[in-house]
Structures are given as C-alpha cells and as structure tokens.
Design a protein around this ligand. Structure first.
Ligand SMILES: Cc1ncc(COP(=O)(O)O)c(C=O)c1O
Length: 394
C-alpha cells in the first residue's frame, strides 16, 4: 500500500556500495573501496570537545527550528567574510545536512509539472528529490571533451515556460569540474532574466586545486541573490558527515517557510551537533585542519590521475575540485554490457569498489573517490588496471 510518490525511489547507490564493501570486509575480504563520499580524516577533537561540552551543559532539548541563533550568526559572518554575500541570521536555516537543505528547498518551491534543469553527470540524490516533489528532471548533458563544464549558452535550449529551477554544483560531484566565475555569472544572469530559481550546492567549497578560487553566485548582484538558495554543510569541509548539520541561506520569505518545514518534520537539526558546527566556524584551528585536508586531497588527486592515465583505452578529465575522479571506461563496460556489470566485475574479480557512472546519469563511466591513503590509491588502481586488462585477454 505504498504511495505513488515513492514508487520510483532508489536507495542512494553510493551509500549502498559503502555498505556492500563493509560487508565484504567484515567477511574478511580484502577490498579497496573508492566508493565513499566522505573524507577519511576524523572530525577534529576541538569540534568533538565543543559538542561534549554542550551535552554536559544540558544542550539536549529542542532547539529553534531554524537552528540555534549563535550558529546562524556565525554562518552569517562566514558567508560575508568568505563568500562576500550578506545574509542576516533570519535568512539562514540550519538543516540535517545539505541533503535535507536541498529537499526542503525543493519541497517549498516545486510544483507538479515544474521542470528542473539538472546538468548531467549529476549527484545521485538530485533527480530523486526532484521526482519526490512531483517535478520533472530535465538533464542538461555536459561533455567530457569540454571538461564537463556547464555553459550558459548550452542551457538556453533546455529552458521552457515550465522551467522553475537550475541546480548548480561547483565543484561537482562526481566530475570535480569547477565552473569558472565568468561562466557562473552568465548562468546566474540567465536565471534572473528567465525567472529561474538557482540552487547553488556549495558542499565542496573547501576543496579546490590548481589555484582555483571559490565563488558564490549569490554574491554577484542583488538580483541574483533574490533568486538563489545557497546550500552548504559542515559534512565535507570539516569531515563531519555523520553529524548531519548543513544550512541554506536565502531571502527571508523563503527561509521562513523552510524553517516551518523543519519544524513540521524533524523539528531541528540535532541540538548538540549544532554546537560542534559552531565551534568549527569559530575556532581558528579549523582553517589549518581544512587546509591540511585540501593539501592531502590535492596530492592524492595527482596520484590517482597519473595512474589512471596509464590505463589503456581509458580517458579521464583532471578534476579541479571536490575529491572524486570520473574516468570513462566505456571500452570495458561495453564488453560486459553496462557500467553496473563492470562495477560488479571489478568488486568480485578485482577486489576494488567503484560507483558505476549510470548512478550519476553517465553510462560507461565510474566514480572513484580519492578519500583514502596514497598507498591504497596506488594498490586500488593497480587492481583496477589488472582486472580491466584481463577483460582484454591480456
Ligand atoms: C553535491 C552534494 N551535495 C550534497 C551532499 C550531501 O551532504 P550532507 O552529507 O551534508 O547531507 C553531498 C554528499 O555526498 C554531495 O555530494
């Protein structure tokens, strides 16, 4: 007796893969897992201590549905200082991770029949949430030859009178592509012109390489800020994925509704976890921690990219941000019939776990997360190469 709205729903394939890898490991199998979408660093102690302190002080009760005021104030200061956009605390809603922030935004704005522009490859959860809200996914294909970069010009032909929203995720999961500021400006202006809401998912803000700099579209102009939902989380930047604290910043008329949705669903993001998040923003040690992670990922990216380039019949775009790499393995997946079968083959026969590209709307690709130590990356790609070459009869 399930509702129609959940008839299509699938579990997040990335979480499912992590569960499978853990299961195999528990059985004693030696698997190298490139599936996890989370940093392999522990949450810094000073953040944990702040949360423990909050627990001991009795911060164990309901909190305001928009989030505790000191955290919203700290987010407001961070957005001004680092992202050059002014949001008052009343324009910020703390959520149970960025995933929930995105879901609330879609629940609050999408109607049956609305169309959402989704650049593809996309992060797995976007289409599921769009469909759950009764709207239609309009994929905007991005080309590997163009570094998977979204361009304002290529968006135009996908806009119809029903287009309600565009989802922008730069740096991108799964490609690691970073849309240059100039192009982001054109995209944002197009959204203003055509009256399209812009959702900017900034979860990978902290992970940029090769001197790339981060930019928040809401900082471009008053007009862009009016149509933009700035979504972010503590999950990736501070290695706090399990804490479930994220936020959305947007004009107050929207923020009020998002807080109401929070209050009628989860009440509030976990109270004491919010004190940990507050410490992440306030403690000067955070900067050092984030930079050490960024540097480690930059080095690992070099290793992964260099080794993948040595695999015959494989092409790969060098990621400029996030912590994923998205090689094209069509040559091999065609032999087995699909990238899903290829991923199964790699885990069973190669003892290496990758996420099939079709989960991200890109058949023939696979996603590797380089959130693991360098020697594991080396060994994992060695196994990958060997298993692929076995398909060639080499
Ligand atoms: C692009 C993107 N947005 C949002 C999220 C969700 O983040 P959170 O764990 O804060 O819900 C993820 C997590 O993988 C992601 O990759």
């Amino acid at each position: 007796m399930l509702a129609d709205r959940v008839s299509h729903i699938k579990p997040a394939p990335t979480l499912a893969l992590t569960a499978k890898v853990n299961q195999l490991k528990a059985r004693g199998e030696d698997i190298i897992g490139f599936g996890a979408g989370e940093p392999d660093f522990d949450t810094p102690n000073f953040i944990k201590e702040a949360c423990i302190r909050a627990l001991k002080e009795g911060k164990t009760k309901y909190a305001p549905s928009a989030g505790i005021l000191p955290l919203r104030e700290a987010i407001s200061e961070k957005l001004l200082r680092e992202n050059h956009v002014e949001y008052s605390p009343s324009e910020i809603v703390v959520t149970a991770g960025a995933k929930m922030a995105l879901f609330l935004v879609m629940m609050a704005t999408l109607q049956e029949g609305d169309e959402v522009l989704l650049p593809s490859p996309y992060w797995v959860t976007y289409p599921e949430q769009i469909l759950l809200c009764g709207a239609k996914v309009v994929e905007v294909p991005l080309k590997e030859e163009e570094g998977f970069l979204l361009r304002a010009e290529s968006l135009k032909s996908y806009i119809t009178p029903r287009t309600k929203m565009l989802i922008l995720n730069s740096p991108s999961n799964p490609t690691g592509a970073v849309v240059p500021e100039e192009e982001q400006r054109k995209i944002a202006e197009l959204c203003v012109e055509r009256n399209i809401l812009l959702v900017s998912d900034e979860c990978y803000e902290a992970f940029l390489y090769d001197g790339e700099t981060f930019v928040s579209p809401a900082s471009f102009s008053k007009e862009v800020r009016e149509i933009t939902f700035t979504v972010n989380a503590f999950s990736k930047s501070y290695s706090m994925t399990g804490w479930r604290v994220g936020y959305v910043a947007c004009p107050q008329r929207y923020a009020k509704v998002l807080a109401d949705l929070n209050s009628q669903s989860i009440s509030n993001a976990t109270t004491f976890a919010q004190y940990g998040a507050l410490e992440a923003l306030k403690n000067p040690l955070s900067k050092e921690f984030v930079e050490s992670m960024r540097k480690a990922f930059q080095e690992r990216r070099e290793v992964a990219y260099g080794l993948l380039r040595e695999v015959p019949h494989l092409s790969v775009v060098k990621p400029k941000g996030a912590f994923y790499i998205f090689p094209n393995l069509r040559h091999y997946s065609d032999r087995l019939g699909s990238d899903l079968k290829l991923a199964d083959y790699l885990i069973e026969q190669g003892k290496v776990a990758v996420v099939p590209g079709s989960a991200f709307g890109a058949q023939g690709y696979v996603r590797l997360s380089y959130c693991l130590p360098e020697d594991a990356i080396r060994e994992g790609i060695r196994r990958l190469k060997e298993a692929l070459l076995r398909l060639e009869g080499v």
